[in-house]
Every structure is written in C-alpha cells, then in structure tokens.
Design a protein. Structure first.
Length: 454
C-alpha cells in the first residue's frame, strides 16, 4: 500500500471532515449536567454511534457508565490473524468559560486565519474525526489491515472515571494488541510527537468552618476566626516562595530527560504577560512533566460586588494536584490531605472530599508500535523525525487500560498542540495538522500490521 493514495484520499475527504466536525462541535456536550442539558451529551453520543455504523462497524453500542454518562463502542473486524488496535477519543468537552471572550460562538465551528475554532475542535472531537479519516482512507485503498475497536468516552473532562469503571467490569471489551489514544498533541505545530508520560491527578474539595454564622467585622473582627482567611492560609501553604508546589512529604525535584521546552517558547504558548515571572525552579520540562503541580480551580466565597463587612463563617475551594510519573496517586492524596489538615490554622473545622483521581502514566517507547508510528510520521511530516515528549495533563483511562492489558502497546497522539488553546476560550484546530495526523495514523495501521506479519 503506497502512502500517496492514502494522503490523496485524506486530502479529498477534508471538506467532509470539516462538515462533520462542525456537526459534532455544535453539541454542547459538557458532562456536567448541572450546567448543560444531558440531552446534548446524549445527542453527541448518538452522532458518534451513527458515524461508526455508517463505516461498517459492528456491535456499536452506547455504554451506560457508572458515572451516569455514555461511552460509544464499535468493532470493525480485520483480516484473519490480524492484530487488533483500539482507537480512543472523547466527545465530552470543557465548558466554554466566558462566552463573551470567544471571538466566534463556542459551539459553532468557525474558520479564521487558517484554523477551525470551536469548543472540542482539538480536544477531542477532532480526535474522533482523525480516526474516521484514517479508516476511510484505508478502506478506499484496499481495506483496513487490522481489526479496529473504537471507544469514544463521554466524561473524560470531568474526571469521574465512568469508562474506567466500566472497562474494569467488562475487561474483555477493550482488549487489543495496541492502543492509540487520540487525546494528546504535537509538541509544536508541525512537529510530529508522541506523548510518553502523563501526570496523574486528583481533585479535592475542601470546606472550612469557623463560626455559626457571619459576624459584623467591626464588632467581632480581629478576634473571631475568619474562615476565608483560614482558607487563604491553607491554600498559600501549598506553594513555596518561588511558586513551587509544596505538599509535605511529596517529592518535587525530579528531572526530565529528553525533549526540552525553551522558556521563550513556553512564555509565548502560555501567553504570560510581559514582566511577569514563571513559577518554580528547574527546567520547564522538569516542572511540566516530571514534578507535581497544585492549582486552585475555584473558591467559594462572596464576590466583591455585593460584599458586606463581615467575618466569614465558611469558605471552600476545589484543588487540583497533578501527580508525576513514578508516584502513586493514592499515596499523593494521603499526603495532600495530611498537609491540608496540618496547615489549617486556629483549630478551624476542615472537611475534605476527593471528587476525582487518576494515576500517572509512562509508556514503553521501545515497543514495535513506536517504530511503526515513527516511520508513519516521517512520511506524513516530510523532513521531520518523530519526537517523544511528556504531557502535564492527565488521561486516567491510560492506566486502567495498562492494568487490564499489560501486554498491549500504547501510543498517545492528537491535535492539542499549543496553538489549539484547549480548555481555554477560542479553542481551535489546525486542519493541516488534522490531515497530517490522519495520514500518520493510517500509515501506522499499515506498518503495524506488517510488523505482525499481516
């Protein structure tokens, strides 16, 4: 099978891909049903299922997962004796955040300056379209040379673990020789990259209570313990003076060996304001890929508008802790909880609730699948060699699949390069990147089948 027909076929399919991505982006499929209607996620799941059926997939099913969402599964048989490859993406998305900050509507795919803008365009509805493009190209050029399972998750962004729990209860369902996770991204636009490590994560809600009710700050301030002030003390204890994450007992000095991230490029990617310093110490890659990172995601306290002169009785926060490879998330949670208790001042009452967690991940980059992907990417990206990087984010499913299928090889690719601005306003995808990665995935499936003697 020549790479030229595959690339030509995918190029010819790009207008269809844009239309399909527009249809999929239009679903407001945020898996937080306190903010967005469940019907939007269900409609997106049905759209994905219909797409798989149209491509000849068998056993297409909407899986009701324990967290109350739906994942979509389908199976495309391959030639006799061929290996099986599992392709993963997710159709749920992050909330749009500030609608007014979007230049074009968040759930309306809009082309601008050579990119396609819309929530989920890169993360990860575009990942599902990438899989479809690769499979369609192979079908048009002699057939798909491997058996293919597709699983498209409905709650990845919420971290509630529905698909992980379902997979553990049905371990035969997603069994495969190789797994391609389409939820990562190139280190730089146009630089082919596989992601070899992911940080794990935990989400912890905390609530601090000090009084039976708010008090007048003039009559009681200076003596009555303020819950909001106590919360500020607790949150500040999670960072050193230089901004490094400090959780008592949790190591934060690991070093990343490999592809480095120049500081100037990071500042540009992160859009750090002129004159504002970065936090932490060590290389950028050390801090992003090899060390823990705590983030305060939200605080429950009165807004400035409408605030009263009160000593506050209660305050709360949602804290995220990213856990580096080599550290067990369960142990990190214990350390975080102990730290929060130890640093709560004035004997204030502290409540803790773990609302999400996932283990870090580290791939075996010496596996045959990586060689097959490297050869495919060199064709899809002429003149570029495949790079191996880490990623600071988390995909908890990876460790579940590694545990269930320890012999399976796993690769992480995807559309979330820095310019995509995933999780932020004005998320976008590069259509050229979508096209090249679809070519790479199609050629990978061919190379992988050949490596297995098919």
């Amino acid at each position: 099978m020549s790479p030229i027909p595959v690339a030509q076929t995918i190029a010819s399919l790009m207008p269809r891909a844009r239309q399909e991505l527009a249809e999929l982006v239009a679903f407001r499929s945020v898996a937080d049903f306190s903010q967005f209607p469940r019907s939007e996620s269900e409609a997106a799941a049905n759209w994905v299922a219909d797409s798989l059926r149209a491509e000849g997939f068998q056993d297409v099913a909407l899986l009701d997962t324990p967290d109350g969402t739906q994942s979509v599964y389908g199976y495309l048989p391959g030639p006799e004796g061929a290996p099986t490859v599992l392709l993963y993406a997710h159709y749920d998305v992050q909330p749009p955040l500030d609608d007014a900050a979007w230049i074009s509507p968040a759930f309306e795919l809009t082309e601008r300056n050579g990119r396609w803008y819309g929530r989920g365009a890169a993360d990860c509805k575009g990942g599902f379209i990438m899989h479809l493009l690769a499979l369609r190209a192979l079908k048009a050029d002699g057939g798909v040379p491997v058996g293919v399972k597709v699983i498209v998750e409905g709650s990845e962004e919420q971290g509630t673990g529905g698909l992980q729990q379902y997979a553990e209860a049905h371990p035969e369902l997603l069994a495969a020789d190789t797994i391609v996770i389409g939820d990562a991204g190139n280190f730089r636009l146009g630089l082919p990259t596989v992601t070899a490590t992911l940080r794990g994560m935990t989400l912890v809600k905390i609530k601090i209570d000090t009084l039976a009710g708010n008090l007048h700050s003039g009559m009681f301030g200076g003596v009555a313990p303020d819950a909001l002030a106590a919360l500020i003390r607790v949150l500040d204890s999670l960072r050193a003076e230089d901004g490094s994450t400090t959780v008592d007992g949790l190591a934060s000095d690991a070093v990343w060996e490999g592809l480095q991230y120049p500081e100037a490029e990071f500042r540009a990617d992160a859009k750090v304001l002129d004159g504002v310093g970065l936090i932490g110490e060590g290389t950028i890659a050390d801090r992003l890929w090899a060390r823990p990172a705590v983030t305060v995601l939200g605080i429950d306290c009165p807004p400035v508008v409408g605030a009263t002169p009160s000593v506050h009785a209660s305050a709360g926060a949602l804290i995220s802790l990213r856990v580096p490879p080599g550290v067990d998330t369960a142990e990190a949670i214990k350390l975080l909880e102990a730290h929060l208790v130890a640093h709560t001042p004035w004997q204030a009452r502290l409540e803790l609730e773990v609302v999400g967690q996932g283990q870090p991940f580290q791939a075996d980059t010496s596996s045959p699948a990586y060689a097959s992907m490297a050869a495919a990417m060199e064709v899809a990206y002429p003149g570029q060699e495949m790079q191996v990087s880490g990623m600071g984010g988390s995909i908890p499913l990876c460790n579940t699949l590694t545990s269930l299928y320890p012999q399976a090889e796993m690769l992480l690719i995807g559309l979330s390069e820095p310019e995509a601005q995933i999780h932020a306003v004005n998320e976008s995808v590069s259509p050229e990147e979508l096209e090249r990665l679809a070519v790479a995935e199609a050629l990978f499936l061919v190379n992988y089948a050949r490596s297995k003697g098919v």
